[in-house]
Design a protein around this ligand. Structure first.
Ligand SMILES: [Zn+2]
Length: 259
């Protein structure tokens, strides 16, 4: 276990005002970097009603499977709020991960095909099934307007989100959230609706959830199979949860359906 980092020791509760979240990541570089960016840029609150928060990224060298990320989140968080971030790569393990997450009430932030989609949505809308390939997403990210800092993204293994890349993301959170919500609304299932997404933790006494119900907290319909949410990313829910972006309006049903 010596390569696990950072140490997942409980953060001190010197201030009850600070929301503490443990977020386990399948990846070892991009996602932890991004979470640290959220801490550094938004973690102190805004003095206008947005509470300070502290995300404790939980990750390890060479990454985790989705279900191992869920397990790591559960162990690290104890009584605190826990999330697990993973993408579609290790798809065979995903049903297992969702089942465990539903049992332990660990929030899911799933991306299809990859977390890179979330970064891209800061710069532009995106659509069209990718069948699990992240190639086009990365290509678009490298070329996107305003994303010069990403032009070498994923070249020579550099998938970090630091320095100029962070700066390029800053100020585009609301756009990223809106683009991600739009992907829920345009899901080919047809009954998925970002207005149905849950962004507040369920109460202690809330009824238990089936894995399908738990995965529907993203706004996708209960019977929308997770692996067919192509493309999509739930990471927007984390930003709304933290108060970085205001919750969006309910999305009106598209025409041709019962309201
Ligand atoms: Zn859907």
């Amino acid at each position: 276990m010596e390569d696990e980092r950072p140490l997942t020791s409980r953060l001190s509760r010197h201030s009850r005002q600070v929301q503490v979240l443990y977020v386990a990541c399948e990846g070892e570089s991009t996602e932890p970097d991004y979470l640290q960016y959220l801490n550094e840029h938004f973690g102190d609150g805004d003095g206008q009603g947005r509470r300070p928060f502290r995300i404790q990224p939980v990750y390890r060298r060479n990454g985790w499977t989705p279900s191992a990320a869920v397990e790591a989140a559960r162990k690290a968080a104890g009584e605190d709020e826990a999330w697990a971030l993973f993408d579609r790569d290790q798809w065979e393990d995903i049903p297992h991960a969702i089942k465990d997450a539903a049992e332990s009430r660990i929030e899911l932030a799933f991306s299809h095909p990859s977390f890179d989609l979330w970064l891209l949505l800061h710069f532009q809308a995106f659509g069209g099934a990718q069948s699990g390939s992240s190639t086009l997403v990365v290509e678009k990210l490298r070329q996107a307007r305003g994303a010069d800092a990403f032009k070498d993204y994923d070249k020579r293994g550099d998938k970090s989100v630091k320095g100029a890349r962070r700066d390029a993301l800053t100020g585009r959170e609301a756009q990223a959230v809106a683009n991600a919500r739009r992907l829920v609304a345009s899901c080919t299932h047809g009954l998925c609706d970002p207005g149905q997404a849950q962004t507040k933790p369920p109460g202690e006494d809330a009824a238990s959830h089936s894995p399908q119900e738990w995965a529907a907290r993203s706004g996708h319909a209960v019977d929308c199979p997770v692996l067919q949410r192509d493309p999509s990313t739930d990471v927007w829910r984390l930003l709304v949860r933290l108060g970085i972006v205001a919750p969006g309006p309910g999305t009106p049903r598209r025409s041709g359906r019962r309201s």
